[in-house]
Write a protein that binds this ligand. Sequence first.
Ligand code: COA
Length: 173
Amino acid sequence: MSISIFSAADIASHLGELGRLLHACVHDGASISFVLPYSQADSEAFWSTKVLPGVEEGTRLVLVAMVEGRIAGSVQLNRDTPPNQPHRAEVNKLLVHPDFRRQGIGLQLMAELERLAREIGRSLITLDTRTGDKAEPLYAALGYQTVGVIPGFARDPMGGDRLDATTIMYKTL
Ligand SMILES: CC(C)(COP(=O)(O)OP(=O)(O)OC[C@H]1O[C@@H](n2cnc3c(N)ncnc32)[C@H](O)[C@@H]1OP(=O)(O)O)[C@@H](O)C(=O)NCCC(=O)NCCS
């Protein structure tokens, strides 16, 4: 497994595969902004219209984990913080393809994200994750502290009426 930073050109040339990664996670029930129905075209549009511009302007770093030439996972470091928070960055879209789960890829992506955050002078990492989801113990294992829970935060990704809570977490590097 190797982890690399994807440039804007890398993202543009891997839109199909990055789209399949996000599409698979959404269809697997992940609560990551989207709600079914969610198509491969929707997913590719997310990478090209929401992620790519941030990478081009330098406000977003995209890390990609590859296993035997396949994209197995990804995470983004969002450094688009206001002038009074130059020391903070946010974790966005930690994704591991269902075919590659429970092999430590999520943990390794986060470790590399933290290394990069330190390198660019960020000492506070913040994130939120659906309360009770599998990502919560992953972040806790890495030393993220829970600030609290906001109930009724996001819609059921499978399209039902339920509203799920979110847990706000942070780590000081
Ligand atoms: C959350 C996610 C990124 C984990 O990726 P992963 O590569 O499978 O995680 P790892 O193998 O590094 O697991 C690290 C630890 O996280 C926890 N964890 C991961 N998957 C878990 C699961 N299904 N159930 C319970 N704990 C789990 C465990 O503590 C695990 O350590 P262990 O395997 O030694 O028990 C992956 O399941 C995913 O992409 N989910 C959908 C997208 C999502 O919800 N992302 C988080 C957005 S905030």
